[in-house]
Design a protein around this ligand. Structure first.
Ligand SMILES: Cc1cc2nc3c(=O)[nH]c(=O)nc-3n(C[C@H](O)[C@H](O)[C@H](O)COP(=O)(O)O)c2cc1C
Length: 371
């Protein structure tokens, strides 16, 4: 079994080790363009020993944004800032991939008069339910992902990651809980997978054979009426057939029903419950890994003693991603690679980081640099 410190080579990807910075919205963009603080954030993380940085969810259209201070990739004018991020990551010694997102029914719109769109009118936030997308809107979104991927390539990224997880638009299509369509985009498994598959094909065509295409999806959904792991495995296989190079197997850690003006909405979180054991998504990542012929990444509370190496030892994934541990302690990767686990400043799972990015830029109660 590989060690965390072993290099990783796959197609054009050459990583110094098996640790990945998971995509994490920073809320640092201004006018949906990269800021100096954000470029510096990525420079610091790349220097701090992770082999690969996946840059935060970046919106493919203005109405696709998931945070007020979201990075955008719908306009050529956004390319120089993104190129500065890619350059800073590579100069720091890591490979650079950028995640592309459409929020769908979870978009936050700058212009509140614009309705949210989604496969079906299922509320995922407090507020009016989204409107069912037309065929023309579906085609526009597929094109926007492809154009965004082409811009990412021009900005110098080694790869792009399609965000088909966390109940944003593409996972809204995949999940039977949020897709009630009766046309070719809903109903059967093949139809629910179609949007993700078509986006993957369009992205692959836009970036050419040499650029890495990742897809983040759910191995497990703790959502009543949502996707189960057997379906997730088949979705991963469909993505591989569509040209995806790497599966980033995340999940829904917890879900609940909220209420807005007497109407229920489905609340979901990518983060496993506070106090739960680390590696809660790793078993499903392993099932995906055994069913596909491409590398798999897993994530979810993996900075605890021995957990990241344990994932590799158990054959659950090829690469191990960290999110909140990297916020709490910028040097966590270096410490894990050196076997100095005891020196890690642990994340307290207080979720101050998440709360902060809903309004402004990222904060942390552990890391004094982000107080
Ligand atoms: C502040 C914050 C921002 C996040 N932003 C993204 C994002 O942009 N894209 C994404 O796929 N996941 C995002 N996530 C989820 C993480 O990538 C990761 O899957 C999750 O936090 C579980 O990993 P952890 O236990 O190592 O934090 C975010 C998580 C946090 C805490």
């Amino acid at each position: 079994m590989p060690a965390l410190t072993d290099p990783f080579q796959y197609k054009g990807l050459r990583l110094g080790n098996r640790l990945v910075m998971a995509p994490m919205a920073t809320g640092m963009a201004e006018d949906h363009r990269a800021t100096e603080a954000q470029i510096d954030w990525y420079r610091q993380h790349a220097r701090a020993s992770v082999g690969l940085v996946v840059v935060e969810a970046t919106a493919v259209l203005p109405d696709a944004i998931i945070l007020p201070r979201n990075l955008g990739i719908w306009d050529d004018a956004q390319i120089p800032g993104l190129a500065a991020i890619a350059g800073a990551i590579k100069a720091g010694g890591a490979a650079a991939v950028i995640q592309l997102v459409h929020g769908g029914g979870r978009s936050v719109r700058a212009d509140l008069s614009v309705e949210r769109i989604a496969p079906s009118p299922v509320a995922l936030l407090p507020g009016p339910a989204p409107r069912e997308m037309t065929e023309a809107e579906i085609q526009d979104v597929i094109r926007a992902f492809a154009e965004g991927a082409a811009r990412a390539r021009r900005a110098g990224f080694d790869g792009v990651e399609i965000h088909a997880a966390h109940y944003y638009l593409l996972s809204q299509f995949v999940s039977p809980r949020t897709n009630h369509r009766t046309d070719r985009w809903g109903g059967s498994e093949e139809n629910r997978f179609r949007m993700g598959v078509e986006v993957a094909k369009a992205v692959r065509a836009a970036v050419g054979p040499d650029c890495l295409v990742f897809c983040r999806m759910h191995g497990v959904e703790n959502v009543e009426g949502g996707l189960d792991t057997l379906e997730a495995v088949r979705f991963a296989q469909a993505l591989e057939a569509a040209g995806v190079d790497v599966i980033d197997a995340s999940g829904i850690g917890q879900s609940s029903l909220g209420e807005w003006e007497g109407q229920p909405f489905l609340n979901t979180s990518s983060v496993p419950p506070k106090g739960s054991p680390g590696g809660g998504f790793a078993a499903s990542a392993r099932r995906i890994r055994h069913a596909v012929g491409i590398p798999v990444i897993t994530v979810g509370k993996l900075a605890g003693p021995g957990l990241a190496q344990g994932v590799l030892d158990a054959g659950q994934a090829d690469l191990v991603a960290l999110a909140r541990p990297l916020i709490a302690d910028f040097r966590v990767a270096e410490k894990l690679l050196a076997g100095r686990d005891a020196e890690i400043e642990p994340c307290l799972e207080c979720m101050a980081c998440f709360a902060a990015i809903r309004k402004g830029s990222i904060r942390c109660t552990v890391n004094k640099a982000l107080a």
